[in-house]
Every structure is written in structure tokens, then in C-alpha cells.
Design a protein around this ligand. Sequence first.
Ligand SMILES: NC(=O)C1=CN([C@@H]2O[C@H](COP(=O)(O)OP(=O)(O)OC[C@H]3O[C@@H](n4cnc5c(N)ncnc54)[C@H](O)[C@@H]3O)[C@@H](O)[C@H]2O)[C@@H](O)CC1
Ligand SMILES: Nc1ncnc2c1ncn2[C@@H]1O[C@H](COP(=O)(O)OP(=O)(O)O)[C@@H](O)[C@H]1O
Ligand SMILES: [K+]
Length: 503
Amino acid sequence: MKIFTTKQIAAIDQFTIQQEPIASIDLMERAALQIANWLIHHLSNERKIIFFAGPGNNGGDALAVARIMAEHDFICEVFLVDFGKPLQAEPAENWHRLKEQGKVKLGRIESQESIPAVPDDAVVVDGLFGSGLSRKLDGLPLQIAAALNASRALVVAIDIPSGLFGEDNSNNDLGAVIQADYTLTLQFPKLSFFFPEHEALLGRWEVLPIGLHPSVISETETPFHFLTAEEISDKIPVRKKFSHKGTYGHALLIAGSYGKVGAALLASKACLRSGVGLLTAHIPHSAYQIIQTAVPEAMCSIDASDLMFTEFSDLQQFSAVGAGPGLGVKPNTRKALLRLLEASPAKLVLDADALNILAMHPEWLPLLPENSILTPHPKEFERLVGPSGDSYSGLQSQLAFSQKYKVIVVLKGAHTRITSPDGRVFFNTTGNPGMATAGSGDVLTGIVLGLLAQDFEPLDAARVAVYAHGLAGDLATVQCDELSLIASDIIENLGEAFFQIRK
Ligand SMILES: NC(=O)C1=CN([C@@H]2O[C@H](COP(=O)(O)OP(=O)(O)OC[C@H]3O[C@@H](n4cnc5c(N)ncnc54)[C@H](O)[C@@H]3O)[C@@H](O)[C@H]2O)[C@@H](O)CC1
Ligand SMILES: Nc1ncnc2c1ncn2[C@@H]1O[C@H](COP(=O)(O)OP(=O)(O)O)[C@@H](O)[C@H]1O
Ligand SMILES: [K+]
């Protein structure tokens, strides 16, 4: 699904108004009904709701929601923030309608002295600013945000917490932004919702559809997307009746060193659970019995070294190569990785220590075959590209890296993001903090490798693997608390995850 900039969303709003056609006041009412509906289903009408409405359409939404909630017998109080400027047309109309209705106590905030005290048990609806925010908060809005952030009331933000920009917050003062417990965003999530430093400002966020025009949505181009099962389900091939293991590729996994054999084991199992026809695990000699016993489905290629990766033989027979989990970064392993890069496997996924070695030898980066997949966690990514400040700047560096080296970068975390050499970005929507546990990255490498070996386009392999890995992690928490989740549980649930994606 597409993620649009706030500018694009405003244009899509306008197009909808003209083409549907619908009057802007009615579109606002549609948005307000969605928000009110959510509030009615989530709040008790014994809690007072205090609305803070700004001068624009975000304020207009808040005023319309207050009127609807009052019709449903909620106790509402509205404060219009008065900047001394006349209200825009739709908020003015909604202010008028509220006055006419006469069920809601109305007030104005003109100065710091008129900011009301908010009781701890109240609910605040934040309609100060939405996607029309033009500069970081200062003056009266800043004082209101500070007062709300100091209160213990539950805060529900309309569209976006006031003070947060939809995209670039690298020059914003995040301490000044209203901290919402819930953000009810209209039609599309904003780019900034996918960045970890905004979690405490957004709380839990939900997207409420307001029926913006489908044709303009499909025609408006954007590099930003989030992953959904619908968009990747057709990438998973149906297995043909007369197919055989040769049909589904032969993967080579180079993983494990003395003390880190588990990484090879987890990646091997995950690879096999992802549909690959054949898997060869290249492992140090000391790992042989462990792997053969724990993963009898895998073949083994044994390194001359008892302890680590130092050599490999002909790559011809393999349809994809994966390297990195548990390899270590000893000099002989580094040399072997250089030879692997020089051998230029057609399909390659690199993780963990393979990336750490690349960070030690950035001069090898140009050797990466085109469309290789790199799966760093944030620390590995930082070692590769250096520190990059906030997430928005980090996204720019990730994109620049993908484009410069023509590789796919999978930056792992909550909302893992995938960048491709053509400049597209995909945020994942599956997964949970239970997956922040040893070995879950190794599992992802195994899945990517399994899909690559089956001839998935590299970008599809990355997208399907990331989504399925997160979904398997989510399924693992159905019967098990996130706290207890271990990487093997993700593998256990991969079958169900693929099943659900295919549906
Ligand atoms: N355009 C539409 O048809 C729809 C828009 N909707 C709502 O409209 C919002 C966007 O509305 P607007 O574009 O009117 O923008 P906003 O309501 O977000 O804010 C714009 C107003 O705030 C002022 N402003 C912005 N930043 C400020 C700052 N830091 N300090 C002081 N004043 C500041 C601007 O001068 C302008 O008056 C969305 O977030 C959404 O809530 C919904 O009603 C759905 C339909
Ligand atoms: N809070 C989280 N929410 C969702 N997914 C997460 C979270 N934390 C970690 N993960 C996922 O778990 C995996 C962790 O990978 P990584 O850090 O490489 O682990 P390891 O090196 O132990 O194998 C990644 O795929 C990441 O996206
Ligand atoms: K808001």
C-alpha cells in the first residue's frame, strides 16, 4: 500500500472533492463520523471529553466530532484556540453548527492564562494541527502542548499528534509535540509513523478510511509503501504437481563458527521451511555432527577449518548463496568472504558478520553483485554507513546506499524497511517486540535465501521474507507471551504464515 506525503494527501483530498464530487464540509463530516465512531466504541460516556480545536481543518474535524459525540450523550467540552485570525470556512461552519446544537460547553483559548486544567480522568481530543502544520510549535500552541503533556488524561490525536510533521522531523523539537495515547489517522498512515523515535508521540495508531477517490490514489506516484499480504500473495508460487526438488532451487548457506553454530542451524531450518528444493550448509568441521543431527534435511559442505569459514568450492550448482550468520570476523574468514564476492554469485544475501566484515572493508562494497540483499540490524547498518541522526535522515542514507551500490537493504527492527536500487521503500507491518531475541535475524536470512534460491526476484524475496517472518512471529504469540518467544518459534510458525499470506 502506498504512503503519501501530507502535500500529496491534500491534493488527493481536493481531487476527491472535485471528482466525487463532495462538498469539503461533507468530506470533513465523513472524517468526523469515522473518528466519532471509533471514540464511541472505545470510550465510556462517563468520561468527559475535552476537545482542543485549532484554526484549520484539523480543528474543524474536532468540532464536528464533538457535535456527533454530544448527540450520543457524551459529555463534551470544546476549546477553540484563538489566534486572532478568522477561522477557515469549514471549521467556521462547524463552530456555528456546535453553537446551534447547544449541547456542548464552548470556550476559547486566547492566552496561556485561558488554557484549562485537564482532569486526570478526562479524555483529550487533539485537533490543534494535522497535516497542515507549517512550522514547529511555538507560542500558545507550544504552551497548550506542554499543559496537555503534563496532564495524565488520555490523549487521542486526530490525524497526527499536533506538532509532528508527516515526513521530515529532523529539525523539529519532539519534546514540544503533543504526546498521544492513540492517533486516529485519516485514510493513510504518514511516513513519520514508521520511525521509532515517534512511538511515544503517536501511541497506538489506527488508519480510518474516509473514502478518498480510488483513481487518484492509484495514479499518484510515491516511493513509499507498506507491506500487506494482498500485495505479496501472488509472489508465492503454487507448487506444480509434477515438480521435483530440482524445480525449487539449491541454496548454499555459509554460516556458523565455533561457538556460533546455532546461527547456521536456525538459518538452515528457516531456509528449508521456505520452500527451497535443496540446501547445502557450508560449516566448519566441528559443526558437522550438530547440523547433520539437528537438520537432517540439509546437506553439508565442510570447511577445511575446524572452527570457521575459510574456503568454498564451485558455486555453479547453487541458485542462491547466503552468508553471514555466526561467521565471526577472523582474518581467514574475511579473506574467504572477499573471494566469495569476487566469485560474484548471481543471487546473494548477506547478514550479520558478513556485513560487519564489509564495514571493516568498505573498499569491497563495489564488488557486491547487483541486487544482492543485505539484512543489517541498526548497529550493523551504522557500521556500514556511519551514524545518521534521526530516522528520516537514516532513511535517506539507506536509500543512497541502495542506489550507490545497487543493492537491496533490509534494515531490521519494528517496521523493518526495505530499500531498493530504484528508490522505492517498503515498511513492514508484521512482527512484534517478542522477536527482539537472539537468532531471529538468522531465521530471516534463511527465509530470504530459501526464496532467492527458488527464483524469486530479489526484491520480492526480501518483501515476502520480511512479511512472512514478522507474521510467523505474530502467530507465535497467539499461544505464547511475547516475552517467551524464541527464534525457533518463528520457524515453527512459518508454515502457517505462508498459508495465511497465500489466502
Ligand atoms: N482537506 C480535507 O478535505 C480534509 C482534511 N481533513 C483534516 O484537515 C487536516 C489538514 O487541515 P489543514 O490543511 O487546514 O491544516 P491544519 O488544520 O493541520 O492546520 C493548518 C492551520 O494551522 C496553522 N498553522 C500550521 N502550523 C502552525 C503552527 N506551528 N503554529 C500556528 N499555526 C499553525 C495554519 O496557518 C492553518 O491555519 C488534516 O490533518 C485532517 O485532520 C479532514 O477533515 C478530511 C478532509
Ligand atoms: N520490536 C520489534 N518489533 C518487530 N520485529 C522486531 C522487533 N525487534 C526485532 N525484530 C525483528 O527480529 C529480527 C532481529 O534480527 P537481529 O537483530 O539480526 O537478530 P539476531 O542477530 O539475534 O539474529 C529482525 O528481523 C527484526 O525485524
Ligand atoms: K492533531
